[in-house]
Design a protein around this ligand. Structure first.
Ligand code: CP3
Length: 346
């Protein structure tokens, strides 16, 4: 039977009259219904591990806006937690974790075989979603890329320049590489279990890929993404993979070919016309409206949205923001973006 889900068609390389659309962090604090459900769960992590409520917040933006895809509600830092790291969130500041800077710290973390005990509720969320999503809506699973997850595990928190992770790489590269390998294995098994539970696409978030330069990018952003993608496709032939080496700049060129991903997600620093010529030539691209338009709205939102749709109109494209929507966004601006994309026929 011919594929009817627009997101899967774009990922298969089809140029559609209207690009499918979804939004990073589409279930989030800008929505009052999300805030209510999070309060019901108690806190963010309890919400992630409550399969019924996590499925509910995943469905909220689908009901409100009719996005073409839903992304599983969870977090990239659940994998470190499943490997035995302590994890907590400080309100207004962000995540905190126990740190890994020595061989002794590393010896304490678990292996790929240990993760499912903690992550089983996430697979249950996926199963609920496959039952409850509208039939035209694609379900996306995800994980953090090893480098990005490692930056949090090494520093114990988010860092502006990923300094502690770069320092460990420079001072004890064998230990750093062991952590990347451990995360690569765990990520393969985590995404594989999401696919078995019903995820139809998976996305690998490498939010801090931009701070890796030259050979370090190839070794620790590109290579883990290639290994994960190859392992998933061997086990689940045909599973589409979206890679997001955020702020990779010139390194976006050739990334899909080198890693085997079906689609490259672009951040907002990338000029869409340049990306159409240099990145979309290799297949589907996703992106890349500035998140700030969801706060400011107006004619600038409409003009930028149209320019992005137009720039990518000669090839496969999934419309999205260049990064997650922020809590101060106006839900009406999201509707304006969707209406603009869907009325801007190619
Ligand atoms: O996109 C989605 O809607 C799916 C769910 C999702 C979340 N986080 C939910 C979340 C996804 C895909 C992520 C990925 C994630 N998490 C990344 C990579 C993507 C990116 O944004 O760069 C990173 C680096 C994290 C780690 C993380 N989680 C941080 C730094 C924070 C705190 C920041 C903040 O806004 O407080 C989180 C928390 C988080 N993850 C929230 C959500 C909806 C906000 C938590 C809340 O409700 O208070």
């Amino acid at each position: 039977m011919a594929e009817t889900k627009t997101l899967l068609r774009a990922l298969a390389g089809e140029t559609l009259e209207t690009p499918p659309i979804w939004m990073m962090r589409q279930a989030g604090r800008y929505l009052p219904e999300y805030r209510a459900t999070r309060a019901q769960a108690g806190d963010f992590l309890s919400l992630c591990y409550n399969s019924e409520l996590a499925a509910e917040v995943t469905l909220q933006p689908i009901r409100r806006y009719g996005f073409d895809a839903a992304i599983l509600f969870a977090d990239i830092l659940l994998v470190p937690q499943a490997l035995g790291a302590d994890l907590w969130f400080v309100t207004g500041e962000g995540p905190r974790l126990s740190t890994i800077t020595t061989e002794a710290d590393f010896a304490k973390i678990g292996t790929r075989d240990d993760i499912h005990e903690t992550l089983n509720p996430i697979y249950e969320t996926v199963r609920i979603l496959r039952r409850e999503l509208p039939e035209e809506t694609t379900l996306i699973g995800f994980a953090g890329a090893p480098w990005t997850v490692a930056t949090y595990m090494i520093a114990g928190r988010g860092t502006p320049d990923q300094g502690p992770a770069h320092k460990l790489m420079a001072e004890n590269e064998p230990l750093f590489a062991s952590l990347i390998d451990r995360l690569t294995e765990a990520t393969i098994d985590y995404l594989s279990a999401q696919i078995e539970a019903g995820a139809e696409v998976v996305k690998i978030f490498d939010s801090w890929a931009g701070s890796l330069k030259g050979d370090a990018f190839d070794k620790y952003a590109l290579e883990p993404c290639r290994v994960i993608t190859a392992a998933l496709k061997e086990k689940h032939p045909g599973i589409p993979v979206i890679g997001f080496p955020r702020e990779a700049g010139e390194k976006y060129v050739g990334f899909a070919k080198a890693t085997g991903v079906d689609c490259v997600a672009l951040d907002s620093a990338v000029d869409p016309k340049w990306a159409a010529e240099h990145v979309q030539v290799d297949g589907c691209v996703q992106g890349n409206l500035k998140s700030s338009h969801m706060v400011t709205g107006g004619q600038a939102l409409i003009d930028e949205t149209r320019a992005i749709v137009e720039a990518f109109s000669n090839g496969p494209h999934i419309f999205n923001l260049g990064h997650g929507i922020t809590p101060d966004a106006d839900p009406e601006n999201v509707q304006l973006m969707i209406d603009t994309v869907r009325s801007a026929k190619r």
